[in-house]
Ligand binder design. Structure first.
Ligand SMILES: *Cc1c(COP(=O)(O)O)cnc(C)c1O
Length: 386
Protein backbone atom coordinates (compact mmCIF):
# COMPACT_ATOMS: atom_id res chain seq x y z
CA UNK A 1 0.00 0.00 0.00
CA UNK A 2 2.87 2.37 0.73
CA UNK A 3 3.52 4.95 -2.00
CA UNK A 4 6.28 4.04 -4.44
CA UNK A 5 8.63 6.79 -3.35
CA UNK A 6 8.58 5.47 0.24
CA UNK A 7 8.30 1.75 -0.39
CA UNK A 8 12.08 1.17 -0.28
CA UNK A 9 12.10 2.73 3.20
CA UNK A 10 9.12 0.82 4.59
CA UNK A 11 10.91 -1.36 7.10
CA UNK A 12 14.15 -0.70 8.90
CA UNK A 13 16.61 -3.25 10.14
CA UNK A 14 16.79 -1.19 13.36
CA UNK A 15 13.20 -2.05 14.21
CA UNK A 16 13.84 -5.68 13.32
CA UNK A 17 16.97 -5.92 15.47
CA UNK A 18 15.30 -4.12 18.39
CA UNK A 19 12.33 -6.50 18.21
CA UNK A 20 14.69 -9.47 18.28
CA UNK A 21 16.59 -7.90 21.17
CA UNK A 22 13.37 -7.63 23.17
CA UNK A 23 12.22 -11.13 22.27
CA UNK A 24 15.52 -12.68 23.37
CA UNK A 25 16.07 -10.33 26.31
CA UNK A 26 19.34 -9.30 24.66
CA UNK A 27 21.54 -6.35 25.58
CA UNK A 28 20.69 -3.83 22.88
CA UNK A 29 23.90 -2.30 21.56
CA UNK A 30 22.07 -1.75 18.29
CA UNK A 31 19.85 1.29 18.82
CA UNK A 32 21.58 4.43 20.06
CA UNK A 33 19.82 5.45 23.23
CA UNK A 34 21.32 5.83 26.73
CA UNK A 35 20.18 3.66 29.63
CA UNK A 36 20.39 6.37 32.28
CA UNK A 37 18.60 9.70 32.75
CA UNK A 38 19.69 13.21 31.94
CA UNK A 39 20.26 15.85 34.66
CA UNK A 40 17.75 15.70 37.53
CA UNK A 41 17.23 19.47 37.41
CA UNK A 42 16.10 19.20 33.77
CA UNK A 43 13.50 16.59 34.65
CA UNK A 44 12.36 18.64 37.64
CA UNK A 45 12.11 21.81 35.51
CA UNK A 46 9.88 19.99 33.01
CA UNK A 47 7.70 18.53 35.78
CA UNK A 48 7.46 21.92 37.48
CA UNK A 49 6.47 23.51 34.16
CA UNK A 50 3.58 21.06 33.89
CA UNK A 51 2.46 21.73 37.46
CA UNK A 52 2.71 25.48 36.80
CA UNK A 53 0.22 25.20 33.97
CA UNK A 54 2.56 25.39 30.95
CA UNK A 55 0.51 22.77 29.17
CA UNK A 56 -0.72 24.50 26.00
CA UNK A 57 0.85 25.16 22.57
CA UNK A 58 4.07 27.12 22.65
CA UNK A 59 4.78 29.62 19.83
CA UNK A 60 5.23 27.91 16.45
CA UNK A 61 8.95 28.58 16.56
CA UNK A 62 9.31 27.08 20.06
CA UNK A 63 9.35 28.31 23.67
CA UNK A 64 10.95 31.79 23.72
CA UNK A 65 13.35 31.04 26.56
CA UNK A 66 14.61 27.92 24.78
CA UNK A 67 15.25 29.84 21.54
CA UNK A 68 17.24 32.39 23.52
CA UNK A 69 19.22 29.64 25.29
CA UNK A 70 20.00 28.03 21.90
CA UNK A 71 21.16 31.37 20.43
CA UNK A 72 23.36 32.02 23.50
CA UNK A 73 24.98 28.57 23.21
CA UNK A 74 25.48 29.01 19.47
CA UNK A 75 27.34 32.25 20.10
CA UNK A 76 29.45 30.66 22.85
CA UNK A 77 30.39 27.56 20.84
CA UNK A 78 30.58 28.78 17.25
CA UNK A 79 30.84 32.57 17.46
CA UNK A 80 27.75 32.84 15.25
CA UNK A 81 25.20 35.40 16.31
CA UNK A 82 21.62 34.26 15.60
CA UNK A 83 18.37 36.16 16.14
CA UNK A 84 16.28 33.96 18.47
CA UNK A 85 13.06 35.06 16.74
CA UNK A 86 13.94 34.54 13.09
CA UNK A 87 17.10 32.42 12.99
CA UNK A 88 16.30 29.74 15.57
CA UNK A 89 13.52 27.16 15.20
CA UNK A 90 12.68 24.47 17.76
CA UNK A 91 11.62 21.17 16.19
CA UNK A 92 10.37 17.74 17.22
CA UNK A 93 13.86 16.28 17.44
CA UNK A 94 16.61 16.71 14.91
CA UNK A 95 14.63 14.32 12.70
CA UNK A 96 11.93 16.93 12.10
CA UNK A 97 14.53 19.64 11.54
CA UNK A 98 16.12 17.53 8.80
CA UNK A 99 12.75 16.73 7.23
CA UNK A 100 11.58 20.34 7.46
CA UNK A 101 14.76 21.62 5.85
CA UNK A 102 14.61 19.15 2.97
CA UNK A 103 10.85 19.48 2.37
CA UNK A 104 10.98 23.26 2.68
CA UNK A 105 13.99 23.83 0.46
CA UNK A 106 14.36 21.03 -2.09
CA UNK A 107 12.36 20.88 -5.35
CA UNK A 108 11.32 17.65 -7.08
CA UNK A 109 13.94 17.90 -9.77
CA UNK A 110 16.74 18.84 -7.38
CA UNK A 111 19.53 16.59 -6.19
CA UNK A 112 20.68 16.16 -2.60
CA UNK A 113 24.15 14.91 -1.78
CA UNK A 114 24.46 12.48 1.14
CA UNK A 115 27.67 10.99 2.47
CA UNK A 116 27.62 7.23 2.72
CA UNK A 117 27.24 5.64 5.23
CA UNK A 118 24.49 8.08 6.27
CA UNK A 119 21.84 8.33 8.98
CA UNK A 120 18.87 6.42 7.63
CA UNK A 121 16.31 9.23 7.79
CA UNK A 122 18.23 11.22 5.14
CA UNK A 123 17.39 8.86 2.29
CA UNK A 124 13.73 8.59 3.31
CA UNK A 125 13.41 12.35 3.64
CA UNK A 126 14.94 13.01 0.23
CA UNK A 127 12.48 10.46 -1.15
CA UNK A 128 9.55 12.26 0.54
CA UNK A 129 10.64 15.47 -1.17
CA UNK A 130 10.63 13.57 -4.47
CA UNK A 131 14.23 14.61 -5.04
CA UNK A 132 17.21 12.53 -6.16
CA UNK A 133 19.85 11.32 -3.74
CA UNK A 134 23.49 11.36 -4.84
CA UNK A 135 25.95 9.60 -2.56
CA UNK A 136 29.53 10.54 -1.81
CA UNK A 137 31.34 8.34 0.66
CA UNK A 138 33.64 8.03 3.62
CA UNK A 139 36.82 5.94 3.38
CA UNK A 140 38.92 4.34 6.10
CA UNK A 141 42.23 6.24 6.18
CA UNK A 142 44.95 5.56 8.76
CA UNK A 143 42.61 3.86 11.19
CA UNK A 144 39.77 6.35 10.93
CA UNK A 145 37.06 7.43 8.53
CA UNK A 146 37.56 10.47 6.32
CA UNK A 147 35.61 12.01 3.51
CA UNK A 148 36.49 10.70 0.05
CA UNK A 149 37.15 13.87 -1.94
CA UNK A 150 36.77 12.30 -5.36
CA UNK A 151 33.34 10.81 -4.71
CA UNK A 152 32.24 14.08 -3.14
CA UNK A 153 33.12 16.08 -6.23
CA UNK A 154 31.46 13.46 -8.44
CA UNK A 155 28.23 13.68 -6.41
CA UNK A 156 27.81 17.44 -6.95
CA UNK A 157 26.22 18.78 -10.13
CA UNK A 158 24.44 21.94 -11.29
CA UNK A 159 21.23 20.30 -10.01
CA UNK A 160 22.57 19.97 -6.44
CA UNK A 161 20.38 21.94 -4.07
CA UNK A 162 21.73 20.69 -0.75
CA UNK A 163 24.28 18.47 0.92
CA UNK A 164 23.44 16.63 4.13
CA UNK A 165 26.50 16.82 6.34
CA UNK A 166 26.83 14.86 9.59
CA UNK A 167 29.65 15.40 12.05
CA UNK A 168 30.36 13.87 14.54
CA UNK A 169 29.29 11.07 12.26
CA UNK A 170 26.80 8.27 12.82
CA UNK A 171 27.53 5.35 12.28
CA UNK A 172 31.35 5.60 12.09
CA UNK A 173 31.96 7.92 15.06
CA UNK A 174 34.25 10.04 12.88
CA UNK A 175 34.67 13.73 13.65
CA UNK A 176 35.23 15.37 10.27
CA UNK A 177 38.36 17.50 10.31
CA UNK A 178 38.27 21.08 9.05
CA UNK A 179 39.96 20.09 5.74
CA UNK A 180 37.12 17.69 4.90
CA UNK A 181 34.51 20.33 5.70
CA UNK A 182 36.43 22.84 3.56
CA UNK A 183 36.02 20.54 0.57
CA UNK A 184 32.27 20.40 1.12
CA UNK A 185 32.13 24.17 1.60
CA UNK A 186 34.06 24.81 -1.62
CA UNK A 187 31.59 22.67 -3.59
CA UNK A 188 28.59 24.35 -1.93
CA UNK A 189 29.94 27.70 -3.06
CA UNK A 190 30.81 26.48 -6.56
CA UNK A 191 27.38 24.93 -7.14
CA UNK A 192 25.39 27.42 -5.04
CA UNK A 193 24.12 24.65 -2.75
CA UNK A 194 23.11 24.78 0.90
CA UNK A 195 24.52 22.64 3.70
CA UNK A 196 22.07 20.93 6.03
CA UNK A 197 24.39 20.05 8.87
CA UNK A 198 23.33 17.43 11.39
CA UNK A 199 25.43 18.08 14.51
CA UNK A 200 23.43 16.22 17.18
CA UNK A 201 26.68 14.84 18.64
CA UNK A 202 28.40 18.25 18.63
CA UNK A 203 29.25 18.07 22.35
CA UNK A 204 30.14 14.37 22.39
CA UNK A 205 33.72 14.34 21.11
CA UNK A 206 36.67 12.56 22.70
CA UNK A 207 40.46 12.60 23.02
CA UNK A 208 40.44 16.39 23.10
CA UNK A 209 39.17 16.58 19.50
CA UNK A 210 37.02 19.65 18.90
CA UNK A 211 33.89 19.58 16.80
CA UNK A 212 33.97 22.01 13.86
CA UNK A 213 30.69 23.21 12.37
CA UNK A 214 30.66 23.80 8.63
CA UNK A 215 28.58 26.91 9.41
CA UNK A 216 31.74 28.54 10.80
CA UNK A 217 33.76 28.16 7.58
CA UNK A 218 34.24 31.27 5.40
CA UNK A 219 31.14 31.97 3.31
CA UNK A 220 29.08 29.19 4.92
CA UNK A 221 27.09 30.95 7.68
CA UNK A 222 24.69 32.30 5.03
CA UNK A 223 24.11 28.91 3.39
CA UNK A 224 24.10 26.47 6.31
CA UNK A 225 21.30 25.14 8.48
CA UNK A 226 22.85 23.83 11.67
CA UNK A 227 20.81 21.13 13.38
CA UNK A 228 21.17 19.82 16.91
CA UNK A 229 19.06 18.14 19.57
CA UNK A 230 18.79 17.73 23.33
CA UNK A 231 18.31 13.98 22.97
CA UNK A 232 21.93 12.95 22.65
CA UNK A 233 23.63 15.68 24.68
CA UNK A 234 21.23 15.42 27.65
CA UNK A 235 20.25 11.72 27.66
CA UNK A 236 16.63 12.47 26.75
CA UNK A 237 16.17 10.90 23.32
CA UNK A 238 12.50 10.25 24.21
CA UNK A 239 11.76 13.95 24.65
CA UNK A 240 12.33 14.74 20.98
CA UNK A 241 13.41 18.34 21.47
CA UNK A 242 15.62 19.46 18.59
CA UNK A 243 16.40 22.70 16.79
CA UNK A 244 17.81 24.33 13.71
CA UNK A 245 19.69 27.61 13.40
CA UNK A 246 20.70 29.49 10.28
CA UNK A 247 19.97 32.53 8.12
CA UNK A 248 16.37 33.75 8.37
CA UNK A 249 15.37 32.77 4.81
CA UNK A 250 16.50 29.15 5.23
CA UNK A 251 14.93 28.89 8.69
CA UNK A 252 11.66 30.36 7.37
CA UNK A 253 11.53 27.73 4.59
CA UNK A 254 12.12 24.99 7.17
CA UNK A 255 9.39 26.44 9.38
CA UNK A 256 6.94 26.49 6.47
CA UNK A 257 7.21 22.71 6.18
CA UNK A 258 7.51 22.10 9.91
CA UNK A 259 4.36 23.99 10.82
CA UNK A 260 2.22 21.52 8.87
CA UNK A 261 3.99 18.43 10.16
CA UNK A 262 3.79 18.96 13.92
CA UNK A 263 3.07 22.71 14.27
CA UNK A 264 4.97 22.63 17.61
CA UNK A 265 6.49 20.30 20.16
CA UNK A 266 5.82 19.82 23.88
CA UNK A 267 5.95 23.05 25.93
CA UNK A 268 7.08 21.65 29.33
CA UNK A 269 9.80 19.53 27.77
CA UNK A 270 11.13 22.55 25.88
CA UNK A 271 11.17 24.44 29.20
CA UNK A 272 13.11 21.60 30.83
CA UNK A 273 15.67 21.65 28.03
CA UNK A 274 16.00 25.46 28.24
CA UNK A 275 16.83 25.05 31.93
CA UNK A 276 19.42 22.37 31.20
CA UNK A 277 21.13 24.31 28.39
CA UNK A 278 21.58 27.24 30.77
CA UNK A 279 22.51 25.32 33.93
CA UNK A 280 23.86 21.89 33.08
CA UNK A 281 26.85 22.50 30.81
CA UNK A 282 29.04 20.74 33.38
CA UNK A 283 26.78 17.71 33.24
CA UNK A 284 27.25 17.60 29.46
CA UNK A 285 31.03 17.84 29.98
CA UNK A 286 31.02 14.87 32.32
CA UNK A 287 28.85 12.89 29.90
CA UNK A 288 31.53 13.47 27.28
CA UNK A 289 34.21 12.07 29.61
CA UNK A 290 32.22 9.06 30.68
CA UNK A 291 31.32 8.25 27.07
CA UNK A 292 35.00 8.31 26.12
CA UNK A 293 35.72 5.78 28.87
CA UNK A 294 32.83 3.59 27.73
CA UNK A 295 34.01 3.78 24.12
CA UNK A 296 37.40 2.49 25.29
CA UNK A 297 35.75 -0.20 27.42
CA UNK A 298 33.68 -1.54 24.50
CA UNK A 299 36.59 -1.28 22.04
CA UNK A 300 38.73 -3.38 24.36
CA UNK A 301 35.99 -5.98 24.78
CA UNK A 302 35.42 -6.28 21.01
CA UNK A 303 39.14 -6.35 20.20
CA UNK A 304 39.58 -9.09 22.82
CA UNK A 305 36.88 -11.17 21.16
CA UNK A 306 38.63 -10.83 17.79
CA UNK A 307 36.81 -8.03 15.95
CA UNK A 308 38.73 -5.46 13.94
CA UNK A 309 37.62 -2.25 15.61
CA UNK A 310 37.71 1.31 14.28
CA UNK A 311 37.18 3.78 17.11
CA UNK A 312 35.98 7.23 16.21
CA UNK A 313 36.38 10.37 18.27
CA UNK A 314 32.75 11.19 18.78
CA UNK A 315 29.13 9.97 19.01
CA UNK A 316 27.71 6.88 20.72
CA UNK A 317 29.12 4.38 18.21
CA UNK A 318 32.11 2.42 17.05
CA UNK A 319 32.65 0.33 13.96
CA UNK A 320 33.48 -3.36 14.25
CA UNK A 321 34.46 -5.76 11.51
CA UNK A 322 33.59 -9.36 12.43
CA UNK A 323 35.40 -10.82 9.36
CA UNK A 324 38.20 -12.26 11.54
CA UNK A 325 35.46 -14.30 13.29
CA UNK A 326 34.49 -15.81 9.94
CA UNK A 327 31.48 -13.53 9.32
CA UNK A 328 30.94 -12.35 5.75
CA UNK A 329 27.35 -11.06 5.74
CA UNK A 330 26.97 -8.71 8.69
CA UNK A 331 23.24 -8.15 8.07
CA UNK A 332 22.21 -11.78 8.52
CA UNK A 333 24.73 -12.20 11.34
CA UNK A 334 23.16 -9.26 13.25
CA UNK A 335 19.74 -10.92 12.90
CA UNK A 336 21.10 -14.14 14.45
CA UNK A 337 23.10 -12.52 17.22
CA UNK A 338 20.35 -11.68 19.78
CA UNK A 339 19.06 -15.27 19.79
CA UNK A 340 22.51 -16.80 19.74
CA UNK A 341 24.33 -14.88 22.47
CA UNK A 342 21.92 -12.28 23.86
CA UNK A 343 23.56 -9.18 22.38
CA UNK A 344 22.19 -6.96 19.59
CA UNK A 345 24.09 -4.76 17.13
CA UNK A 346 23.18 -3.26 13.74
CA UNK A 347 24.85 -3.79 10.37
CA UNK A 348 26.01 -0.85 8.22
CA UNK A 349 23.70 -1.94 5.39
CA UNK A 350 20.75 0.41 6.22
CA UNK A 351 23.17 3.35 6.22
CA UNK A 352 24.21 2.73 2.63
CA UNK A 353 22.87 3.10 -0.91
CA UNK A 354 24.13 -0.18 -2.20
CA UNK A 355 24.39 -3.22 -0.05
CA UNK A 356 27.92 -3.29 -1.47
CA UNK A 357 31.00 -5.23 -0.43
CA UNK A 358 32.43 -1.98 0.78
CA UNK A 359 30.12 -1.83 3.80
CA UNK A 360 28.34 -5.18 4.02
CA UNK A 361 30.84 -6.72 6.46
CA UNK A 362 30.63 -3.91 9.04
CA UNK A 363 28.65 -3.63 12.26
CA UNK A 364 27.81 -0.64 14.45
CA UNK A 365 27.96 -1.08 18.22
CA UNK A 366 26.59 1.55 20.64
CA UNK A 367 28.54 2.24 23.82
CA UNK A 368 26.06 4.70 25.40
CA UNK A 369 25.15 2.12 28.05
CA UNK A 370 26.14 1.82 31.74
CA UNK A 371 29.61 0.28 32.28
CA UNK A 372 28.14 -2.76 34.04
CA UNK A 373 25.85 -3.34 31.05
CA UNK A 374 28.83 -3.20 28.69
CA UNK A 375 30.66 -5.66 30.96
CA UNK A 376 27.75 -8.09 30.79
CA UNK A 377 27.68 -7.69 27.00
CA UNK A 378 31.39 -8.48 27.09
CA UNK A 379 30.77 -11.71 29.00
CA UNK A 380 28.13 -12.77 26.48
CA UNK A 381 30.31 -11.84 23.50
CA UNK A 382 33.02 -14.26 24.71
CA UNK A 383 30.80 -17.02 23.26
CA UNK A 384 31.89 -15.87 19.79
CA UNK A 385 35.47 -16.88 20.50
CA UNK A 386 35.00 -20.65 20.39
C1 LIG B 1 19.80 10.33 16.85
C2 LIG B 1 20.11 11.07 15.59
C3 LIG B 1 19.19 11.95 15.03
C4 LIG B 1 17.79 12.10 15.56
O1 LIG B 1 17.71 13.00 16.59
P1 LIG B 1 16.29 13.25 17.31
O2 LIG B 1 16.53 14.50 18.06
O3 LIG B 1 16.02 12.06 18.17
O4 LIG B 1 15.27 13.39 16.24
C5 LIG B 1 19.56 12.66 13.90
N1 LIG B 1 20.76 12.49 13.35
C6 LIG B 1 21.67 11.64 13.84
C7 LIG B 1 22.99 11.51 13.18
C8 LIG B 1 21.38 10.88 14.97
O5 LIG B 1 22.26 9.99 15.43
Amino acid sequence: MTVRRLAPHATTIFAEVSQLATRHDAINLGQGFPDSDGPASMIEAAAQAMRDGHNQYPPGTGVTDLRHAIADLELAHTGLSRDPDTEVLVTVGATEAIAGAVLGLVEHDDEVVVIEPYYDSYAATVAMAGATRRAARMVPTDGRYRLDAESLRAAFSPRTRAVLVNTPHNPTGAVLPREDLEQIAALCTEFDAIAISDEVYEHLTFDGVEHVSIATLPGMAGRTLRISSAGKMLNCTGWKVGWVTGPADLVAATRTAKQYMSFTGATPLQMGVAHALRNEQEWIGSLRHSLQARRDQLAEILTGVGFDVVVGQGTYFLTADPSPLGVTDAASWCLELPGRIGVAAVPFAPFTDRYSEEWSHLVRFAFCKRPEVLDEAGRRLQALKS
